[in-house]
Design a protein around this ligand. Structure first.
Ligand code: ADP
Ligand code: ASP
Ligand code: MG
Length: 464
């Protein structure tokens, strides 16, 4: 059985959902013919229609400002868009209950948003309840659309099937509880030959309070569901041909990486390759389930296969990931750096404020770290300033270059650094595995640095 996850652009409108239906039908036929296949599934996980999560969070922001009218107008647009897309459910008897559910949901949202606008306050718990609506609705539309196209969809409410802790907006799944819940809610339809459809990104605490897994979290949902149900492949259907050698929004004509190891994919996702949520690989590793990234608009493209090991490639570097909006924090102490216990104290401050540190470099008198999420930085600086001097630098970017060649050829790292030319390097770090090199530059220099690096190492070699 496979899990097929479709991102926002792959369920954006009627045409996209019709493509999804064709892909699910093809998979079902292939599974029936596959030797050793269990002829079940697939399980479908969907994102909200593209742009809907941003709009819902925008509604929350308007409510916080007390702008009831603005929030209502946005909700009306969203209601209309979902009603229009629901026309993909071509059987009226199947469409009507979905339309009723949509209207009920939007009526409720309007009431909630009006109340929040009076208070001018939106707690993380309400933020999750609002944001989750996108997936709750898209999954109902897709389940009914499959049925209308003779594929027997079965809507599974992710708020019942994915159990998480209570860390709103960044909840972590509880695997044992989720496995039990999926056995109750998704396994019976699967066993009956139906196609369970769940909203990604969404879960709920054991007490039933709605949570979300963090932005881009539908990939993670697919991997959680795949691991808990013992899938033999997790497919991430998106709007590009696979993991590319660099971010296509910055570099012209990056190429598809046909095969990645779990370790390489995790590294690239963590350092900004948005095509895969950084947590996706963990559940796949735990159960050794291959992950495939595929293009829902070009199903014939081979995509990227991600497995524990990969065949050796003749390219020294695999791909480059990059991340903007990073903050560098320099922590200086002439007295204490070499004293034992200093680093522990320093990192404890970040831990206390639940802020992960990405890149770390040290000198004799200072430690520099990068953080992605600077929301708690004022409190962190206060905590650190008790025993060290602190300076921060915003609008920085990380470039992470991944490839076995860095391990095999000790001169490659210096060639990578040289390739960015006169772009000033702020921090440089190479981890023990020596399969990646990470450096920090100013955000403004990112396009220049990335294009130079990509031109030097990834352009196809033209032989005459
Ligand atoms: P989905 O809605 O399907 O989850 P996302 O927008 O989350 O899609 O992820 C796909 C996007 O990730 C691509 O359209 C591309 O712009 C961006 N991206 C960034 N880095 C990479 C990369 N290295 N390879 C592929 N896509 C990337
Ligand atoms: N809809 C959610 C988001 O936009 C989750 C996802 O698409 O993966 O972040
Ligand atoms: Mg995504």
């Amino acid at each position: 059985m496979k899990v097929m996850k479709f991102g926002g652009t792959s369920v954006a409108d009627r045409a996209a959902i019709e493509r999804l239906i064709a892909l699910v039908r093809a998979e079902r036929q292939a599974e029936a013919q596959r030797e050793g296949g269990d002829a079940r599934g697939p399980v479908v996980v969907v994102s909200a229609l593209s742009g809907v999560t941003d709009r819902l969070l925008g509604v929350a922001a308007l409510a916080r400002e007390g702008d009831v009218e603005g929030a209502r107008t946005s909700l009306q647009d969203l209601r209309q868009r979902h009603l229009t897309v629901s026309e993909v459910i071509t059987d009226e008897a199947l469409r009507q209950p979905v339309v009723d559910a949509l209207n009920l949901e939007f009526d409720e949202l309007e009431r909630v948003v009006s109340a929040l606008a009076v208070l001018q306050e939106v707690s993380p718990r309400w933020l999750d309840a609002l944001a989750a609506t996108g997936e709750v609705l898209s999954s109902q539309i897709v389940a009914a659309a499959l049925s209308a196209h003779k594929l027997q969809g079965a809507w599974v409410d992710a708020r019942k099937a994915v159990v998480t802790d209570g860390e709103h907006t960044a909840a972590a799944p509880l695997f044992q509880e989720t496995t039990a819940a999926l056995m109750t809610h998704a396994d019976p339809p699967l066993a009956a030959g139906r196609i369970p459809v769940l909203g990604g990104f969404v879960g709920a605490t054991a007490g039933g309070v709605t949570t979300t897994l963090g932005r881009g979290g539908s990939d993670f949902s697919a991997a959680i569901v795949g691991a808990c149900l013992g899938a033999d492949e997790i497919q991430i259907w998106t709007d590009v041909d696979g993991m590319l050698t660099a971010d296509p929004r910055i570099v012209k004509a990056p190429q598809v990486v046909p095969h990645l190891s779990f370790a390489e994919a995790s590294e690239l996702a963590y350092f900004g390759a948005k095509v895969l949520h950084p947590a996706t690989i963990q559940p796949a590793v735990a159960r050794n389930i291959p992950v495939r990234i595929l293009n829902s608009q070009r199903a014939q493209a081979r995509g990227t296969l991600i497995t524990a090991e990969r065949p050796k490639s003749d390219r020294p570097l695999t791909a480059v990931a990059s991340k903007k909006g990073v903050t560098v924090v320099d922590i200086t102490s002439t007295r204490m750096l070499m004293a034992h216990g200093f680093l522990r104290r320093l990192f404890e401050v970040f831990e206390r404020h639940k802020t992960p540190v990405d890149v770390v470099t040290t000198s004799e008198v200072s430690v520099s770290v990068t953080i992605d999420d600077a929301r708690r930085l004022p409190a962190i600086i206060e905590g650190l300033s008790g025993f060290a001097g602190v300076e921060q630098q915003d609008q920085m970017a990380i470039i992470c270059v991944v490839g076995d060649g860095l391990h095999d050829d000790p001169t490659l790292a210096s060639q990578v650094l040289a390739s960015v030319g006169d772009v000033p390097l702020r921090m440089v770090s190479q981890a023990a595995s020596r399969r990646n090199i990470t450096f920090v530059i100013s955000e403004a220099e990112l396009p220049t640095a990335l294009c130079r690096l990509h031109d030097r190492f990834f352009m196809p070699v033209i032989t005459s």
